[in-house]
Design a protein around this ligand. Structure first.
Ligand code: FAD
Length: 387
């Protein structure tokens, strides 16, 4: 069966690209190996899909070439997607930090994409595993169902995170088959695992603290969440995009208060340190963290050195992590198809005519907060206009 365009992967980028290409009159086929399309969309944003962000800039993305994403993001913007959401009468709200979520369910975003595809006469085949891809004049795609040919082939198979819902390395394998370079991949937007069990994260598991988390020149102010093995929570997931094993992460556990200053101002107090700290930190945290890490004395017995140490531990806690929780728990995959291999306007491989890569398989990774879906829409749009 012959098509103008075959898209492999019926996730966010693939379905969006399919609808755009179909609207231009292209005969489009989408192949998905799962029984259901858009499974990652369904579980995203806690089931409500954080589908974009009010402000999306190149600085919100990580990749070897920080400028690559600019062209696509400028041509299909967050307001464009919000317009589409409104057109489909999906109720949404801005939660925090410009993050837009569906009020009801992420399923509405999958339905939006399917409706757009239906209107654009896109054919979608589920339960369809691709066995091989070849290129002569046309691309030939061999599957467990039939063999298909097309002038253009779009790879939209996403990253490696969440293999239990269908993530594969297929896209990277196709890139390698055609001689394209891959930037090493790594699990990201993911919890970090402590290098030092003595820090006894277990006791604090479940406690959440407002913190400022920094690594190198990158800082995020949001909650951190203690887990049995280390730290999670939005600020830690954000920093995981930048984290490298060699260096400690710096955590300000009291970003609104200079601990040295407030302890200095209360030197007459007979209150124990843990009680005093529960004014600025959650009770359970103040109690356990003080018992394990700080001298738990009445404030009037603290020496200057004690105050210096306590302030350092709380305003600049240095934590070494040994690993991440891995692809099973990660929201995204860093790295991917090298953007030097692709046109930033169309997502076409510079060295392989009519072969396109879009979405998470490309070495463009967004922050937590709707940025990764915006990249899926924008890169899908760019290719959808070109195929
Ligand atoms: C738990 C979780 C929550 C998230 N929440 C958000 C959020 O709220 N906001 C946000 O912006 N981002 C979120 N993300 C990230 C976001 O889901 C992804 O970045 C986005 O889905 C990437 O789109 P994509 O189309 O490139 O890949 P995907 O959506 O992963 O789609 C790839 C598709 O290709 C299919 N596929 C893979 N291999 C093959 C193969 N060999 N043959 C055929 N089909 C194949 C897959 O089954 C899948 O359907 C979340 C991720 C996770 C894991």
């Amino acid at each position: 069966m012959k098509f103008d365009v075959i898209i492999i992967g019926a996730g966010a980028a693939g379905l969006f690209c399919a609808a755009e290409a179909g609207k231009r009159g292209r005969k489009v086929l989408v192949l998905e190996h799962n029984a259901q399309v858009g499974r990652k969309i369904l579980i995203s944003g806690g089931g409500r899909c954080n589908f974009t962000n009010r402000e999306v800039k190149a600085e919100n993305f990580i990749g070897n070439n920080p400028h690559f994403c600019k062209s696509a993001l400028a041509r299909y913007t967050p307001p464009d997607f919000v317009e589409l959401v409104k057109k489909h009468r999906i109720e949404f709200y801005e939660k925090k930090l410009g993050q837009f979520f569906c009020r009801e369910s992420a399923r509405q975003i999958v339905e939006l994409l399917l409706t757009e595809c239906r209107r654009a006469k896109v054919e979608i085949r589920t339960n369809c595993s691709v066995k091989a891809v070849e290129k002569n004049d046309l691309f030939k795609v061999e599957t467990n169902q039939e063999n298909f040919t097309a002038e253009s082939l779009v790879i939209a198979t996403g990253g490696l995170s969440f293999p239990k819902i269908g993530a594969t390395d297929f896209g990277y394998r196709v890139a390698k088959q055609f001689g394209l370079k891959i930037i090493e991949t790594r699990a990201s937007l993911v919890a970090l695992v402590s290098a030092n069990s003595a820090q006894n994260f277990k006791k604090l598991a479940g406690v959440s603290v407002d913190a400022n988390v920094s690594f190198g020149k990158h800082s995020f102010r949001e909650n951190i969440l203690f887990t049995h093995r280390g730290l999670s929570g939005p600020a830690v997931l954000q920093i995981s995009n930048y984290w490298r094993k060699e260096k400690a992460v710096s955590i300000d556990l009291s970003p609104t208060a200079n601990v040295a200053e407030i302890l200095g101002n209360n030197r007459e107090s007979k209150q124990n340190l843990d009680n005093f700290l529960s004014r600025i930190l959650p009770n359970r945290f103040a109690e356990i963290f003080t018992a394990d890490n700080l001298p738990n004395k009445p404030l009037n017995q603290l020496s200057n050195k004690d105050i210096e140490n306590i302030a350092e531990k709380l305003n600049d806690w240095q934590v070494k992590f040994s690993d991440t929780e891995g692809y099973d728990k990660a929201e995204v995959t860093l790295g991917g198809v090298d953007t030097n291999e692709l046109s930033s306007r169309t997502m076409e491989a510079k060295r392989v005519k009519n072969l396109y890569f879009i979405g998470e398989v490309v070495d463009v990774t967004g922050w937590l907060g709707g940025y990764n879906f915006q990249w899926a829409w924008s890169s899908g749009f760019a290719a959808g206009q070109a195929v």
